[in-house]
Every structure is written in C-alpha cells, then in structure tokens.
Ligand binder design. Structure first.
Ligand SMILES: [Zn+2]
Length: 269
C-alpha cells in the first residue's frame, strides 16, 4: 500500500463506522423481516426519509444533537454507539491481525456479535436468522479462512477444530441450561444462547469457546450484581446472557491465547 500507515488506520476506522451504520439497519430490520438493502432509512418517529447528509456515521448524530431534523424526536444512543464500537473493532482487528484471512473471519464474527448483542438487550431474543447461518458459515467457510495455508492436512485440522468447537459450545450451554432449569425451576438458558455458543465455537475452536463461557459467566455474574445494586432486586428480572457471551468471545478474539496460557499455567500449579 502506498498510503502512510496512519492514513490507512483512519481509512479502516471509517470503513468500520460505515459497517456499524449498516449493522444498525440489520438490528432494526432483521427482526421485522424487512429487506436490508432495498429501501431507504426513515425516522422511527415521523417516518420522514433520512437525507444522505443526515445519515453520516457518528457525525450526523453529533451535528443533529441526537434528534431528527424534522420532528426533533430523540434518536437512540444505540446508533452512534454501534457505529463507534464497530469502527474501533475494525481498527483493533487490523492492528492485531493485519489484512489477513484470519482477520476477516474475526471481523465477520465480531459484526454478528454486535448485532446479536443489541437485539438481545432490546428484545431478549437471539434470532435464528443470524445464529444458524453463523454456525454453518463457521463450520463450512471459516476453516478456509483460519487455516495457516491451503495444505490438505491444515484444512482438515481447521475443519475438525470448527466442528468440535461448535458442538462443544452448544453442548456446554445446553448442559448448564439444563442444570439451571433444575436448580431454579425455571428456564435459565434460552435456545438462542445454545446456538450462539455453537456459532462462537465454530469460529474460534474448542479452547476459545470454553474461555468464552468462563468469561461470560464471570462477567454475567458481575453484571447481574451491578444491575441489582443499581435498579434493586425485582423478582423475575431478566438478564440476557447473549451480550456476555459476545463480550467473552470478543475478549477471546483479541486476548484469548494469552489468557488461556495463563489459565493452563495456573491450573497446572
Ligand atoms: Zn422524525
């Protein structure tokens, strides 16, 4: 590339912002079954079409003061937050993995995790429309992206890793869910969480899906306690587990190898 490095970084960050803008569209339209590409975005309150200059990631939100230009209805913080997070993920992924096939696989996973987290926070569901294609893509395509080279032995190893990771992730969540149902006499783990863990395992393999589960449980417990302290304990409060799995997987993508080695050393004394 003839570009100076810092310009290249800014470019990747801007691409991430635009992808984040698209992920916001997916979050809103996918649960409604609407087309993701063939229609312009409108204001959720007054329905007015949003002009291109009011649809620039991050910038438009700041310029408009977080309100619709026409009806002045507040625009959700979700929009700039998803854009910024996706932009930063693209930048950090480039800095960590470089422009590689593996980096691409991680970005696809991270994008899906952003969308699933926001949908789970908003509606306590993890749509099959994302997790099931995610599992198939993870098992069928990701081995070609993560194998160090296209030597048959390495491709086969990568396929085995994806398959074992996916199965282990799904079973882990299924068993913990069954145990939780028995212990608390109510459904503790949704089917969506099981499929999400299957998807993460397909992308990241068996070690990282175990690490994801451990991190998600620890962060989930912490988040649960904080939620109770801030909002007070109410019976039947639902805490979605999907965002914690996503967070655990995100940490696994960037710091997983180091944390795994530290855990193994710790367990080995
Ligand atoms: Zn409006």
């Amino acid at each position: 590339m003839g570009l100076p490095l810092w310009l290249w970084h800014i470019f990747v960050f801007l691409v991430g912002l635009c992808v984040g803008s698209f992920l916001n569209v997916v979050v809103y339209r996918l649960p409604l079954g609407r087309s993701l590409v063939f229609s312009r975005s409108g204001c959720l309150t007054c329905g007015a079409q949003i002009a291109w200059y009011d649809n620039i990631p991050l910038l438009s939100f700041v310029v408009l003061g977080g309100r619709c230009r026409l009806c002045k209805a507040k625009i959700s913080w979700q929009y700039p937050a998803v854009e910024l997070v996706t932009g930063l993920l693209f930048l950090v992924a480039l800095l960590t993995f470089g422009p590689t096939r593996q980096g691409l696989a991680h970005l696809i996973l991270l994008g899906a995790l952003v969308v699933l987290s926001v949908i789970d926070i908003k509606s306590y569901t993890l749509p099959d429309k994302i997790t099931l294609p995610g599992i198939f893509f993870g098992i069928l395509v990701v081995p070609w992206l993560t194998a160090p080279s296209f030597v048959p032995y390495e491709i086969i190893t990568a396929y085995r890793e994806a398959f074992v990771g996916s199965a282990l992730g799904g079973w882990l969540l299924f068993l913990v869910g069954a145990l939780g149902d028995w212990a608390f006499r109510k459904e503790s783990m949704g089917g969506g969480d099981i499929k999400l863990a299957g998807m993460i395992g397909a992308f990241l393999g068996w070690k990282m899906v175990i690490l994801t589960f451990l991190l998600a449980s620890a962060l989930g417990a912490l988040g649960g306690v904080l939620t109770m302290l801030i909002r007070g304990w109410k019976k039947g409060t639902m805490i979605p587990f999907g965002p914690y799995l996503a967070l655990g997987a995100g940490i696994g993508v960037f710091y997983g190898e180091e944390i795994w080695l530290a855990l193994v050393q710790f367990a080995g004394g």
